[in-house]
Design a protein around this ligand. Structure first.
Ligand code: CP
Length: 301
C-alpha cells in the first residue's frame, strides 16, 4: 500500500483490507504513536463534512503530523476559477499526502493522476468513499467477531449513497448475503448488481424490511442524499421512506448492530440511540483508528 493512492475500495485486495483493520486495532489499543512527525498532510474538502474531515485531522494530530488545507471550496482559489488540476499541482508541492472530497465522480482518480504524492479519496460524488468502508468493515468485525457469512441489510438511498457502493464491493470478499431495501427510484445501480452476480453472491431487493428484520446481522441505514437529486420533487417523494424505531428491534438477533455512516436526518429515530444494538457513534470513533492505519500504511510508516 506504500505510496499507493486509495481511490476506490477495489484498489485494496482482501489482504490489504485485513492488514488495515489489524493495524487499526493496534492504533485503538495504543493511539499514541508519533509516526507522522515531520509529515504534512493536505486536507482538501470541496464538499461539506464533519466526520471524515475531523476524524482525519484528529488522526493526523494524534500521530504528530501537521494538517494544511481548506474545509470549503469558497476559501480556496477555486472560487476565482482555478481548475482542479492546478489546485492539485500546487498543493502537491506543500505536502506528503492529499486527502480530497469533491462532488464530481471520478475527480479523486483524476487528482491521483496529476499529483506526485498519494491521494486518498474522501468521497467523490455518488461514486465511492473507501475510507468510510474500511471503518465500516472495522465496525462490523469489532461487533460480529468476523466478516464472513453475514446478512447485511443496506437501507435507504442505494442509488446515490457512495458509502453503500463501496461497502457492497468490499463485503463481496466475505461471502455476504445482501438485502437491499430502498424505494424503487433509489435501487442499487445495475453495475453493482452485475458485479455481485459475477461473484455469485446472493442479493435480494425489497421496498420494506419490517417482516424480515429478524434475519439481519447488520442494518446499515443511510440518508436520502438530497444534494444528488436533479429533481427536488423526487427527493420530496422519497425523503421519509424509512424511519427505524426502537420498537422495530424487538425480536431481532442479539448480535444485530445498527450502523449508519452519518449524518442522519430522520431515518433513525432518537429512541434507537439508547438501544445496545445502536453502534453509529462508536462507528464514527472507529474512523480515527482506521484513518491512522490508512495514512501510516500509505506513507510506509
Ligand atoms: N460519513 C461521512 O462521510 O460523514 P461526513 O459527511 O460528515 O464526513
Amino acid at each position: 500500500m506504500k505510496d499507493k493512492s486509495l481511490i476506490s475500495i477495489d484498489d485494496y485486495s482482501k489482504a490489504d483490507i485485513i492488514n488495515t483493520l489489524d493495524r487499526a486495532e493496534d492504533f485503538e489499543r495504543n493511539p499514541h504513536q508519533p509516526l507522522l512527525e515531520g509529515k504534512v498532510i493536505a486536507s482538501l474538502f470541496f464538499e461539506p463534512s464533519t466526520r471524515t474531515r475531523l476524524s482525519f485531522e484528529s488522526a493526523i494530530s494524534r500521530l504528530g503530523g501537521k494538517v494544511i488545507g481548506f474545509a470549503s471550496k469558497d476559501s480556496s482559489s477555486v472560487q476565482k476559477g482555478e481548475s482542479l488540476k492546478d489546485t492539485i499541482k500546487t498543493v502537491n508541492n506543500y505536502c506528503d499526502l492529499i486527502i480530497m472530497r469533491h462532488p464530481l465522480e471520478g475527480s479523486a482518480r483524476y487528482a491521483s493522476e496529476v499529483a506526485d504524492v498519494p491521494v486518498i479519496n474522501a468521497g467523490d460524488g455518488a461514486n465511492q468513499h473507501p475510507t468510510q468502508t474500511l471503518l465500516d468493515l472495522y465496525s462490523i468485525r469489532q461487533t460480529q467477531g468476523k466478516l464472513d457469512d453475514l446478512n447485511l441489510f443496506l437501507v435507504g438511498d442505494l442509488k446515490y449513497g457512495r458509502t453503500v457502493h463501496s461497502l457492497l464491493m468490499a463485503m463481496s470478499n466475505f461471502n455476504t448475503t445482501y438485502h437491499f431495501v430502498s424505494p424503487p427510484e433509489l435501487r442499487v445501480p445495475e453495475e453493482y448488481k452485475m458485479f455481485l452476480k459475477e461473484k455469485k453472491l446472493k442479493f435480494h431487493e425489497h421496498t420494506d424490511f419490517t417482516d424480515i428484520i429478524s434475519d439481519a446481522d447488520i442494518i446499515y441505514m443511510t440518508r436520502i442524499q438530497r444534494e444528488r437529486f436533479s429533481d427536488p420533487m423526487e427527493y420530496e417523494k422519497t425523503k421519509n421512506s424509512y424511519v427505524l424505531r426502537n420498537s422495530m428491534l424487538e425480536g431481532t438477533k442479539d448480535n444485530l448492530r445498527i450502523l449508519h455512516p452519518l449524518p442522519r436526518v430522520n431515518e433513525i429515530h432518537d429512541d434507537v440511540d439508547e438501544n445496545k444494538k445502536a453502534y453509529y457513534f462508536p462507528q464514527a470513533l472507529n474512523g480515527v483508528y482506521t484513518r491512522m492505519a490508512i495514512m501510516s500504511s500509505i506513507l510506509g510508516l
